[in-house]
Design a protein around this ligand. Structure first.
Ligand SMILES: C[S@@+](CC[C@H](N)C(=O)[O-])C[C@H]1O[C@@H](n2cnc3c(N)ncnc32)[C@H](O)[C@@H]1O
Length: 176
């Protein structure tokens, strides 16, 4: 086995010669439409498993009236343009399936929701803080209204009283 560190968007079919499986996790949302096309072009023809791709749906329990607005701002943040690259964010799994189809490769998509409960209180708090930060960065006008919301939600998360469901998809392509 050999390890090589490289930009996955520069992957070619030749790089994958002899590979029996191509796999990546929590990656697709960080790519642009063009980059997904390139990655899929390299992978088409080999069994490929892309796990844990976000689809933009988050469910917090108990619910709060600001949840939806924060979720929308977070999703917009995921779709932002960085240095001329417009990221696909939650649209990536669908774009990936369409890209495989253009290569005549069928893809199967299945839900793989991420659930954090009282046993993962520290992780839920960390996830929530990152989620809110991204939403605030995208919509600075949220900063005021989200202040008390953030404090309350973080306290709930740390106390193991915030149920978190972050919806994801796993995508398997090129398997008979
Ligand atoms: C959300 S993290 C997921 C990490 C890990 N795969 C997991 O599931 O826990 C996304 C990872 O993709 C890597 N990544 C993003 N764009 C990349 C690119 N163009 N080429 C290679 N890796 C990339 C990032 O460095 C980061 O480690």
């Amino acid at each position: 086995m050999a390890t090589r560190r490289a930009d996955i968007t520069r992957l070619t079919a030749a790089d994958l010669a002899g590979a029996s499986l191509v796999t990546a996790s929590a990656l697709l949302d960080m790519l642009t439409a063009e980059e997904i096309e390139r990655v899929v072009a390299a992978c088409a023809g080999r069994p490929t498993l892309f796990t844990l791709s976000v689809v933009g749906r988050v469910e917090l329990t108990p619910p709060h009236p600001l949840d939806d607005e924060v979720a929308k701002a977070f999703n917009d943040h995921q779709r932002r343009t960085v240095a001329g690259r417009t990221l696909l964010g939650p649209d990536a799994p669908e774009a990936c399936v369409a890209a495989f189809a253009r290569h005549g490769v069928a893809a199967t998509v299945r839900p793989s929701p991420w659930r954090l409960g009282p046993e993962q209180a520290a992780l839920a708090a960390e996830w929530f803080a990152g989620w809110l930060d991204a939403a605030r960065e995208q919509r600075p006008e949220l900063a005021g209204p989200a202040e008390a919301y953030g404090r309350r939600r973080l306290a709930q998360a740390r106390a193991g009283q915030l149920g978190v469901l972050v919806d994801h998809r796993d995508l398997l392509a090129g398997c008979p």
